[in-house]
Design a protein around this ligand. Structure first.
Ligand SMILES: [Zn+2]
Ligand SMILES: [Zn+2]
Length: 215
């Protein structure tokens, strides 16, 4: 084994754990606390307001480049090039894993206990308490900073915002998820949800004020 191997793996692990802290801090302070000031906040709060809205891959790539350009020189100065690259590799890999997990939470049903937990934790953030449960991959930093809440079950999901995987082809709640979620509110019944411009404006106003969406 290369004499550096254990410490390189340690640096990658620290980078990965560092991402989970960044995930919490960015989501809480850069996105929610800013209430729409700045691009990351506007993009994220629009994601709260509109069921199928995700920031573009280009914006995420730009974010990765900017963060790397800031982190790597500092890390090289502190721990040298090989360990800085391992640290950054762990950070970026965990970031990409988070992006995949978060997207899948919105687009695909859970497949095991972790996926089920992650969705309950995150959709309570979306539909119940937007200023709590900021972590997506882990509740650890929410627990550290006092923003972790156990989601009540079932989670009340406004019909127009219901994740597609939650619905049967005719737009009703899939009974497989009845213990965890309930659809609330009027609004279009059926797979093709049409949100009027007026309803969209109300949803954006609520999201940008960090209040849960109206039922
Ligand atoms: Zn989300
Ligand atoms: Zn959020």
């Amino acid at each position: 084994m290369h004499p550096y191997a254990p410490t390189l793996m340690g640096a990658a692990l620290v980078g990965g754990l560092g991402w989970t802290l960044a995930e919490y801090l960015l989501h809480r302070f850069l996105m929610h606390s800013m209430r729409g000031r700045g691009l990351p906040s506007r993009e994220h709060l629009t994601h709260h307001a509109r069921r199928d809205y995700f920031a573009s891959a280009g914006q995420k790539a730009l974010f990765s480049v900017v963060v790397t350009a800031i982190m790597v020189p500092v890390a090289v100065w502190l721990i040298g090039l090989p360990h800085a690259l391992a640290l950054q590799g762990g950070f970026i890999a965990t970031y990409l894993f988070y992006e995949w997990l978060h997207r899948r939470a919105h687009t695909h049903p859970p497949r095991g206990p972790y996926g089920r937990w992650l969705r309950l934790h995150h959709f309570h953030h979306h539909f119940g308490r937007p200023l709590e449960n900021h972590g997506v991959t882990t509740p650890f930093w929410d627990a550290v900073f006092g923003t972790r809440v156990d989601p009540p079950r079932p989670i009340r999901v406004p019909r127009r915002m219901a994740m597609r995987w939650l619905l049967t082809p005719d737009g009703e709640l899939d009974p497989a998820f009845a213990a965890d979620y309930v659809l609330v509110g009027r609004g279009p019944v059926g797979a093709a949800v049409v949100v009027t411009p007026a309803a969209d404006a109300l949803d954006l106003t609520a999201a940008f004020a960090n209040v849960p969406p109206a039922e």
